[in-house]
Design a protein around this ligand. Structure first.
Ligand SMILES: [Zn+2]
Ligand SMILES: [Zn+2]
Length: 384
């Protein structure tokens, strides 16, 4: 079928909104009518070619939600009409990583994701002339419809508006998993969060729900620090000066138990390291361009400090998504408040440019206003 989609033809160039071909779902796949999609910082890394060569042409978009339209014969966990959020790691449940419980590191999912294909190693997307198109992170949801591996379509409660559900599958699961699975934050432990964009704000929210205290939020942008305070940050620090880490140390009685880097730059990774107390751990959530190194003063290892990465929540995202949706429905987790812009798919390049400039938290692209829910009538947080 013909669908409208946002296509990356060449890194560093604007995406083009154009008609592409989408083939029917195969046996273990589903066709989803996309309601809404979030614009994530990783989209910039991909669009600017910073994650390596060979990732284009590609239909972009990896954080989204929609309604199932058609299922392959082996896709029995969802039916047409079900509301689903996308999970970017459709774990095979059979490889060494999956068997060890690290399904976010599923080996075939990682390899296929890098090649821009689905789990059977092929693409359902092509240009009108037949040239193959890649699926961004096995999702490709900056489009009217998406064919995804069955395990990428996670059923969500009907009551959750899809413009909010769209955020769960990347930003929210990444943030909550970093706090719960990677860091294992315990009640009363202190934390610093460096970078308060779409994911950083959810890290703050997760820390509040886990009972962390104090929670120190750092950013260059005062408006994002306000949003962090609304999500549960007990203190805020305008970052960017030579005394930033010392201010965090004062607020956390000598350094934070956990410091989360949610930017993806070597300077902020080093800042996270500098913000943790002896024995504490820095957790790098931010995605850095390929080829970038980070250096640490080696003498600091004497202080028993640790640093680790966290990818996609370091857990089982497909299992976590319904629980995160319940947190939203129960009022414990506010998603609407981190959405600073709601725009049509055609505005995708403006949204990417705002992220490049560090403006705003999350943009939601509404692909189908009727399916997406009340987005059009809800004032985004940045509009006041
Ligand atoms: Zn993302
Ligand atoms: Zn696997």
């Amino acid at each position: 079928m013909r669908i409208t989609a946002a296509v990356l033809h060449e890194p560093g160039r604007p995406l083009t909104i154009e008609e592409v071909e989408l083939a029917a779902p195969r046996e273990d796949e589903v066709l989803v009518r996309v309601a809404a999609a979030g614009v994530c910082h990783s989209d910039i890394r991909l669009a600017d070619g910073e994650l390596g060569d060979g990732r284009w042409p590609m239909v972009m978009g990896h954080e989204g939600a929609g309604v199932v339209e058609e299922v392959g014969a082996a896709a029995t966990h969802v039916a047409p009409g079900d509301r689903v959020g996308f999970c970017i790691v459709p774990a095979c449940r059979e490889c060494a990583a999956c068997r060890a419980g690290r399904v976010h590191l599923c080996v075939p999912a990682g390899e296929n994701s890098l090649r821009g294909v689905l789990m059977d190693g092929t693409s359902r997307l092509s240009l009108p002339d037949g040239a193959p198109l890649q699926h961004a992170l096995m999702t490709a949801c900056f489009a009217e419809r998406a064919v995804v591996s069955a395990a990428s379509a996670v059923p969500l409660p009907q009551e959750l508006p899809l413009w909010q559900a769209a955020l769960l599958g990347c930003g929210v699961v990444t943030a909550f998993g970093a706090v719960r699975n990677a860091a294992g934050v315990a009640p009363g432990e202190s934390a610093a969060v460096i970078g308060c964009g779409g994911v950083g704000l959810q890290v703050v929210a997760a820390l509040r729900l886990e009972g962390a205290s104090p929670i120190v939020a750092l950013d260059l942008d005062a408006r994002k620090l306000e949003l962090a305070t609304e999500r549960g940050a007990t203190h805020t620090v305008e970052a960017g000066s030579a005394t930033t880490a010392a201010r965090v140390a004062r607020l956390t009685d000598g350094g934070a138990d956990h410091a989360f880097e949610v930017v993806g730059r070597p300077e902020t990774m080093r800042l996270a390291w500098n913000c943790v107390r002896p024995g504490g751990t820095a957790i790098v959530v931010g995605l850095a361009p390929r080829g970038v190194d980070v250096s640490l003063p080696a003498i600091d290892f004497l202080s028993d400090r640790g640093i680790r990465g966290s990818y996609y929540g370091s857990g089982d995202a497909a299992a976590d998504l319904p629980h995160l949706a319940e947190l939203v429905l129960s009022g414990e987790l506010d998603l609407a408040g981190v959405v600073t812009s709601i725009e049509p798919l055609e505005a995708v390049n403006d949204a990417l440019d705002r992220l490049r400039r560090g403006e705003g938290a999350r943009t939601v692209l509404v692909v189908d206003p009727e399916l997406a829910g009340a987005a059009g009538s809800t004032a985004p947080a940045g509009a006041a």
